[in-house]
Design a binder for this molecule. Structure first.
Ligand code: ADP
Ligand code: MG
Length: 347
């Protein structure tokens, strides 16, 4: 059994000290971090981007298969991804947590290890937060702050008719990773565990899918490539709810329609194999899966030659006149209307 320190042994202030003791700011815009009533930031003449997300145990994450460190990493990463999705650079983060007695100091340290790893990898300073108690599960609220050069932030509403539609990485892998975890959890729950044998789920050869679900990466590398290539996207967002639903957001806000080509949708080999094993249509997974955290963006037709040079970016279609609607052109040339089957509230 690993060490277990009760949070009550340290108290709220002791816990905060423990979590934030070695923080050294990496950004000039971080004037003052943890330790006062507010953090102080100095952005001079830059535009400031702010994004926040709240995650509830049992609704947004399941601790039976998500380790605390991964949870921290992913919670931070999804906020960082939102800053990149505006063509911004992430700089600071605040983390607020509500904890029940079930959690030990060591559990929360693990959570922060993940958060701080994601921060370090993206040059983000942890500058504050709040710590409070919860009667039930764990709640995490993260705010990320970033910057964009004046006039360079990219919105969802800027796409023009005929613009090219691009996507980074590949789609559907995170969703297949989730299916895999859910399957193993069901196996675990339906077998007896009184033989003293540790539960050993079979994930061999599926590591990539698990990683896409448990340890997603925000695509700062794509933002840097776009900058180096001198490409200013006309619209952009990150894919958290599935390509189909995100495309419809871009089209609705930009007053366009779109055509995307099924054969151009990037899918990893493991995603395809797993979908077959689960008897699912791999394109349905790629279009509606969610949690990929890839970037979806549009560029003017005149950037065609530049955009096809980008690493790990695929051109999947183009914007059209709004009255044409949103379509998927299948391999056989059929036009199917896109439907959003993204996240819906289960309240
Ligand atoms: P206040 O009474 O102003 O809310 P707190 O005692 O909650 O102050 O916090 C003291 C300092 O510790 C503040 O700088 C706050 O931002 C920081 N802090 C509190 N909780 C966390 C946390 N979970 N993670 C990071 N920083 C935190
Ligand atoms: Mg407080």
């Amino acid at each position: 059994m690993a060490n277990r320190t009760e949070i009550s042994e340290l108290g709220e202030f002791g816990l905060i000290d423990r979590l934030t003791k070695d923080l050294k700011p990496a950004n000039a815009s971080t004037r003052y971090g943890v330790g006062d009533d507010c953090a102080v930031l100095d952005y001079q003449d830059r535009e400031v981007l702010v994004t926040t997300d709240m995650l509830m145990e049992g609704v947004h994450f399941d601790l039976t298969y998500v380790p605390m460190k991964h949870l921290g990493y992913k919670s931070a990463m999804v906020n960082i991804s939102d800053i990149y999705a505006m063509n911004g650079t992430p700089r600071q983060m605040t983390v607020s947590i509500a904890l029940s007695k079930r959690f030990s100091v060591e559990d929360i340290e693990q959570l922060y290890e993940g958060i701080l790893l994601a921060c370090r990898q993206n040059g983000v300073d942890l500058v504050g937060g709040d710590t409070t108690s919860s009667l039930t599960g764990l709640a995490i609220s993260i705010t990320c702050i970033g910057e964009a050069e004046k006039g360079k932030a990219v919105y969802r509403n800027g796409a023009g008719q005929n613009d090219l539609i691009c996507v980074s990485g590949n789609l559907g892998a995170a969703y297949m990773g989730l299916q895999l975890l859910e399957r193993e959890k069901a196996v675990f729950n339906s077998t007896r565990h009184d033989d003293g044998e540790p539960f050993a789920p079979d994930f061999s050869g599926r590591e990539y899918l698990l990683e896409r679900q448990l340890k997603p990466e925000a695509r700062g590398d794509i933002i840097r490539q776009l900058r180096e290539a001198g490409i200013q996207p006309t619209s952009m967002m990150d894919i958290s709810d599935g390509l189909s639903s995100e495309l419809m957001h871009l089209c609705r806000q930009s007053h366009t329609g779109c055509s995307v080509y099924q054969e151009r949708i990037p899918i990893d080999y493991q995603t395809a194999v797993m979908a077959e094993e689960f008897n699912m249509d791999v394109y349905t997974c790629a279009l509606n899966g969610g949690e990929d955290y890839e970037l979806l963006f549009t560029v003017p037709l005149t950037d065609h030659d530049k955009v096809i040079q980008l690493k790990d970016v695929k051109l999947i279609g183009h914007m059209t006149r709004p009255e044409l609607g949103c379509h998927l052109v299948t391999r056989s040339g059929q036009e199917v209307e896109l439907k959003a089957q993204g996240w819906t509230s289960n309240l």
